[in-house]
Design a protein around this ligand. Structure first.
Ligand code: BT5
Length: 323
């Protein structure tokens, strides 16, 4: 039994017994380890926030579980295989953690989870507000792609997140290139894709996703929270599992048919279509403006401008407010 399997087995046994106790001997026998090793496992679970009572001579009783995307909670909820979840508590930035692991050779599917980040990052050095009550995760991917073929990935990830949040009962929109909005245009999730590549080949990609779940007034102004737009609030582990399942499915579609296979799914939820927008580059200079016609087969934004159609691959899009 691997360490993660042992984690799952301890929790499974405690859950199966709750509200009764399960004896230390029974746990040790089930796991094939010593009672001391069981005691250590219980200590680790308590440190993660599980409420576990120990009754003298009777064993352990699970009284509460933390609302966190902990691997032992997420793993049994996953429909997709191939994810290797880690973390689940507080960290600086899951993207930084996942990048470090990728550099050290972590396999495809390694996922760093967190329920809070102290240094969450957006694009271009911007901050991602990451208070407790959100799901923050970063997946290591090693696709067989040339660097030039990765451009649609933020959109692919976006479709995966959108499907996941819809599965949980929310209505969402996708704002090109990397935002997930609630139906009213407030941002509920953000995506940050980072990569390391040689000239011809991608070495690794890290797909970072932050989802606002529990309403938090200290978060970013104008943020939307999943709890505000679903009938049934879901546990953070459930949200993380749904996002990973959605991501797995979208990546499979992309691998099988390129972005074109996902284009109808993107277009159906596209927030910007038929809106008048301005696209700026990093320096804030206007690159293009016009009415959004949609996205092309590589995920680029297509505008109908005063000088005819324009296609943009990168940029910041704002709605044009005529004065
Ligand atoms: C993004 O950047 O939207 C990408 C966010 C990616 C966050 C994930 S969490 C897991 C992983 N680990 C990380 O460190 N990052 C990734 P961008 O498009 O640059 O948007 C950032 C802007 O969104 C900020 O300047 C704020 O205006 C706004 N914002 C910040 N936090 C927000 C939040 N929690 N909800 C809604 N909007 C937010």
């Amino acid at each position: 039994m691997t360490a993660p399997e042992r984690d799952d087995a301890v929790l499974r046994a405690l859950r199966a017994a709750a509200p009764s106790t399960v004896s230390g001997e029974a746990l040790a026998a089930e796991l094939g380890v010593s009672r001391v090793a069981v005691g250590k496992r219980i200590g680790v679970l308590r440190a993660q926030g599980y409420g576990i009572e120990a009754a003298a001579g009777q064993g352990y009783r699970l009284v509460s579980a933390p609302d966190l995307p902990l691997p032992a909670e997420v793993r049994p909820l996953l429909a997709s295989s191939g994810w290797l979840p880690l973390g689940g508590g507080v960290t600086g930035s899951t993207n930084d953690d996942a990048k470090r692991l990728a550099r050290e050779g972590a396999p495809e599917g390694t996922v760093v989870l967190a329920g809070e980040q102290t240094g969450g990052r957006g694009r271009l050095g911007r901050e991602w507000a990451s208070p407790p009550g959100g799901v923050y995760l970063s997946a290591v991917l090693r696709p067989d792609l040339a660097p030039s073929e990765t451009a649609p990935l933020p959109l692919v990830v976006g479709v995966g997140v959108a499907r996941a949040l819809e599965h949980l009962g929310a209505e969402v929109r996708l704002k090109w290139p990397n935002d997930v909005y609630c139906a009213d245009g407030r941002k509920v999730a953000g995506i940050l894709v980072e990569m390391s590549a040689e000239a011809e080949r991608v070495e690794w990609l890290v797909a970072g996703i932050g989802v606002n779940v529990r309403a938090d007034r200290t978060s970013a102004p104008g943020a939307c929270f999943l709890d505000e737009v679903v009938a049934q609030p879901a546990g953070l582990a459930r949200v993380a599992a749904a996002v990973l399942d959605g991501l797995a499915e979208a990546l499979r579609d992309f691998e099988a048919g390129g972005f074109d296979a996902l284009r109808p799914d993107y277009e159906r939820r596209a927030w910007l279509t038929s809106r008048d927008v301005v696209v700026r580059d990093i320096r804030g200079d206007v690159r293009a403006s016009g009415r959004v016609a949609g996205v092309d087969e590589s995920g680029r934004l297509v505008l109908e401008g005063p000088q005819g159609p324009a296609v943009v691959a990168t940029g910041e899009v704002t709605l044009r407010v005529d004065v």
